[in-house]
Structures are given as C-alpha cells and as structure tokens.
Ligand binder design. Structure first.
Ligand code: TRP
Length: 335
C-alpha cells in the first residue's frame, strides 16, 4: 500500500482560547502544511475535551467556536483545510472501539504524556477510563482519514508513538490497512509562561492569548519574570531564564539588535522597562492582525459554524470509505 499522498491532520481540545504557546508549538506548522500537503484537516476535539471535562459540557461546547475562531484568525483557510468537529464523525468512535482491543492497560498507564497530565489534574487511580485511553481515540482521529503528517507540540510525541504501535498491530492482525504517521514539530516546541513556569497553560494563568488586547499584552509583559537580582538599571543582568529575552529570541525579527541588547543587559545599564516595552511592540505586531481578524469573524458565529458543518460533511464521507475497508479487514462486514 504505497501511498505517497501527504495528508495533514491536527486538532485542539476546545477548553479555552488559544495562546502564543499554541501558535509557536503547532499553529505555525499547520499553516505551512495546509499549503504543502495534498490534503489538510483541522479537528475540534470536543470528545477528547470531554474525557476530563465530563461534568462541564457547557465549557466544551462554548469553546468549539473559540478555537475555530483562533485558527481561522491565524490563517487556517477552509478552502484548503477541512475543518470539522470530532463528535460529529461517529466513525471515529467506531474505530476507537476496535483500537481499544489492540492496546493493554499497562501500556496506557505508561504513556508519559498521559502520566504527566494525570498528575497535573490530580487524578491518581480515579482517572476516567476515557481519559486514560485518549491516545487510542487520537489514533482514530488521525487514521479515519489516513492522515500521515501530524503537527503537534513536543508534549504529544509519546501519543503519536502510541498511534504508530496501533498501526503496526492493526496491520499485523488484519492486513496492511494503515500507514505509519509522522509528527511534525515546529522550531519552538515549548513556550515558557510569562511567570517563567516551564509551560504556558490555560490553568496556570501565565499565558498571552491570540485574542488579547494591547492593554492585556502590556500588562502581562510588564509583569513578566526577568532576573530577580537585576534590581537597579546599572546592575549586570542575567539573560538566561529571563522570560523577556526568551520571547525576544523567538518573536523579534531583528536578531542582531536582540544580541546587542543582551550584551548591554549583561554588562549593566539596560533597564527591564526598556526591553519590556520593546517586547510589547513585537507581540502587538504579531497579535494585532490576528485579533482584528478574529473580532471580524466573531461578528458572524453562524458563518463559522457553517464552515465546521460543511467540513464535517466532507470528513464524514472519507470516514465512511475508510470504515468499509476497516470492517472488511476485521471481518465484521456481514450484510
Ligand atoms: N491531544 C491534542 C492536544 O491536546 C489534541 C488532539 C486531539 C490532536 N486529536 C488530535 C492533535 C489529532 C493532533 C492529531 O493538543
């Protein structure tokens, strides 16, 4: 089964608006791949969001529109990328049930991503079975349309590894049906939070959002973690672990000036306010067009929902075709 087609697929859990961490970690790669692949899919992973938000269906429902808006505002183009809602493709659920038999409980418990998330959420042994098994449903998200290029953040690599184990197991039991999939990482795989915490996260309250106003950006940058020992302007300062410089390195196009500022900061004589003001302008330049496009799109939510509806119909047709093949392979094609 030599398939040379490049099919990209990625998704977001609709649990909140997206931030700069999502932008550098995955959205930039999505934008690139929507132009470079033969087919491209974007999925709102509402079923996956419910695996740890079962008691909060309103939150998940309300954020479907928010994540779709964020992606459209960044440049995901529905003419190039099929945008759809996971729950509306029952074939994904069907495929998940078949995949569940191919993975052991021990293997699920060993997945480092899931382990970390379980710790973060304080689940312990009381983890919902659906949450523990989300890498299996993610395999179904990816394989129902035979996608093979998956833009993800670094934290999702163990999940993709598990997807490939499922591919191998399925093919060995039922015959060559699926291809191995490739994670596509961006240059910056992890963005520190404004507080210096290792990861920007919705629940950590340390994010800068793609919908943030100039005032919000300014406030967050002004509160950013720098070098706690750099108290007076003339004190020599540390640029390692200094969030303002970490962000300038990533977002400021003028690398030469950033290097000069770093030298000056290390010697002493450069105040935090100066570098923070520079960063505010750099981030505003990036976020302003996204925020404005988002505001425009948000005026007509029905239109955005229609994009998702049309994309879902298209994705479903593909899902049905795959399932005919899968049912035959598993020998459950009776009538
Ligand atoms: N687990 C991903 C995240 O938390 C979201 C996701 C769900 C996804 N299904 C996917 C990503 C399929 C890539 C492919 O970010």
């Amino acid at each position: 089964m030599a398939n040379e087609e490049k099919i990209a697929l990625t998704g977001d859990r609709p649990t909140g608006k997206l931030h700069l961490g999502h932008f550098v970690g995955s959205i930039q790669t999505r934008l690139k791949l929507q132009n470079e692949s033969d087919m491209s899919f974007y999925m709102v992973a509402d079923i996956q969001a419910l695996t740890d938000n079962s008691e909060n269906p309103d939150k998940v429902r309300n954020n479907v529109l928010e994540v779709a808006l964020d992606n459209l505002a960044c440049g995901i183009d529905p003419k190039k990328t099929t945008m759809f809602i996971q729950s509306q493709i029952p074939e994904i659920a069907e495929l998940t049930v078949l995949f569940l038999n191919l993975v052991t409980l021990a293997r699920l418990k060993r997945n480092p991503t899931v382990k970390d998330e379980m710790k973060q959420k304080g689940f312990g042994e009381d983890v919902p079975a659906g949450f523990l098994a989300y890498p299996i449903s993610q395999a179904a998200d990816i394989l129902f349309c035979k996608s093979n290029l998956i833009p993800v953040g670094e934290d999702q690599l163990p999940v993709i590894e598990q997807v490939n184990e499922i591919v191998l197991k399925f093919n060995s039991l039922y015959g060559e049906t699926f291809q191995k999939v490739k994670p596509v990482l961006s240059q910056t795989t992890r963005l520190v939070g404004t507080d210096g915490n290792s990861k920007m996260g919705k629940s950590l309250n340390n994010g800068i959002y793609l919908s943030d106003s100039y005032e919000e950006i300014s406030k967050n940058v002004m509160n950013m973690y720098t070098d706690p020992k750099h108290i007076h302007v003339n004190d020599p300062g540390n640029v390692e672990g200094n969030v303002v410089f970490t962000y300038l390195d990533i977002f400021d196009d003028n690398k030469k000036e950033v290097e000069e500022l770093k030298e000056q900061y290390k010697k002493g004589g450069l105040g935090d306010v100066v570098i923070k003001k520079r960063l505010i302008e750099v981030l505003e330049k990036l976020i302003k067009p996204i925020r404005e496009k988002r505001e425009e799109l948000a005026k007509d939510p029905k239109k955005v929902m229609k994009i998702l509806e049309d994309g879902t119909k298209k994705a479903r047709e593909i899902a049905k075709e795959t399932m005919i093949e899968v049912r035959k392979a598993v020998k459950i094609d009776y009538f």
